[in-house]
Ligand binder design. Structure first.
Ligand SMILES: *Cc1c(COP(=O)(O)O)cnc(C)c1O
Length: 373
């Protein structure tokens, strides 16, 4: 029997969808890297590693591998509530924040409705909008010449919001640009948005921020019931393998999301490790300081090579080579350094480089010098 045309059978939003592109094939690259010296700077992972307390909590959780985890994630939620000074009813846990970003569109977007995002934003926003069958409205970024060029233009985002808009996704700081806007600017933006439009502020990189003008939007939740803040344990907490993220929002919004949440969407070792990681404030502060120092050093080193580097409050740098970067990317990979190609983001002259350890950054620069020579 001939297989049916499964694409034609799929829902309209899915037909036009392309699966999330995770970048270069790391499994194949690692297999080919017999010496084990691959420098992986493609996925904004935290090279400094998680809190030792998180590792200990995972080991401790293994006695219960045959049990389902707490379906409510109660202990972790209470720890998060205490950390952020909010009620537990404001928190939802996700299998990574990716899952929560998808759920938000599943619940609030749909055919005939708009989802608004910036031209250079996280690829998952477009995926979420399309999968829900909604129309993605892309707002122009800040123009060349602006210090935060290619970052979010909050005025353009506001102008892109229309009567059919239900959701706005914006990351602060932003991926893939690394740029940010002050929390005061977000406050003014939120005040201008109609209450029926849900504004999702993705703070995946907030743990890395060192600019005092950039603080979490969590402080604005009381004033703006249409605000959703998403966070993750994948970046600053260095627990990407566990897939744990969370969001903070109005209790009513959380309650509606809970209707579509998969039962047991967060695994037991993940719940235990994140609770332990959250309690280790010293480790997080160490990571932040270490990353900030390396970020600045790497930025300086790249600019000293006359390369255009976007300002960043994250653990990565967007580097513009002013010409198609595919050959540079290939040259780096051939030398065992893995960057993130940006063609899929519409930035073919750029590469996104995770800020690694001092040694990783040194090896990246050495490979880059060879490639550019
Ligand atoms: C890495 C990242 C996330 C985190 O995804 P998880 O699913 O929590 O691992 C979310 N948003 C942005 C912008 C990111 O870069």
């Amino acid at each position: 029997m001939e297989a049916p045309d499964f694409v034609a059978l799929a829902q309209p939003g899915i037909r036009a969808l392309r699966a999330y592109d995770p970048g270069l094939d790391l499994v194949a690259l690692r297999r080919a890297d017999a010496a084990g010296v691959l420098v992986e700077l493609g996925s904004n992972e935290n090279s400094h590693g998680p809190s030792p307390a998180a590792r200990a909590a995972i080991l401790d959780s293994l006695h219960a591998l045959h049990r389902y985890p707490d379906p409510l994630g109660g202990d972790l939620k209470r720890a998060l509530a205490a950390r952020h000074g909010v009620d537990v009813a404001r928190i939802a846990l996700g299998n990574g924040s990716h899952e929560l970003l998808m759920m938000l569109a599943q619940v609030f977007a749909g055919p005939g409705l708009d989802v608004v995002a910036s031209r250079y934003g996280f690829a998952v926003y477009a995926l979420a909008a399309q999968a829900a069958g909604a129309t993605l409205q892309l707002a122009a970024p800040l123009p060349a010449g602006d210090p935060m060029a290619r970052g979010h233009d909050l005025q353009a985002l506001r102008a892109a919001i229309g009567p059919a808009s239900r959701l706005v996704y914006l990351a602060n700081p932003n991926n893939p640009t690394g740029t940010w806007f002050p929390t005061a600017a977000l406050e003014a933006f939120l005040a201008s948005v109609p209450p029926g439009v849900i504004v999702v502020v993705d703070e995946a990189y907030l743990e890395y921020a060192t600019d005092p003008a950039l603080v979490s939007a969590v402080s604005l939740l009381d004033r703006f019931p249409n605000l959703v803040v998403t966070r993750t344990f994948s970046k600053g907490y260095a627990l990407a393998a566990l897939r744990v993220g969370y969001l903070l929002a109005a209790p009513g919004l959380v309650a509606v999301l809970e209707r579509v949440r998969e039962s047991f969407n967060v695994n037991g070792p993940g719940l235990a490790a994140c609770e332990a990681a959250l309690a280790d404030a010293d480790h997080l502060a160490w990571v932040r300081a270490k990353n900030a120092a390396e970020r600045e050093a790497l930025q300086d080193a790249l600019r000293a090579r006359a390369l255009a580097v976007s300002p960043s409050q994250t653990n990565f740098l967007l580097v513009d080579f002013g010409r198609d970067a595919a050959a540079i990317e290939a040259g780096l990979v051939a030398r065992g350094v893995v960057p993130r190609p940006m063609g899929g983001y519409g930035l073919p002259t750029c590469l996104r480089i995770t800020v690694g350890t001092r040694d990783e950054n040194r090896r990246f620069l050495q490979a880059l010098d060879e490639v550019l020579a």
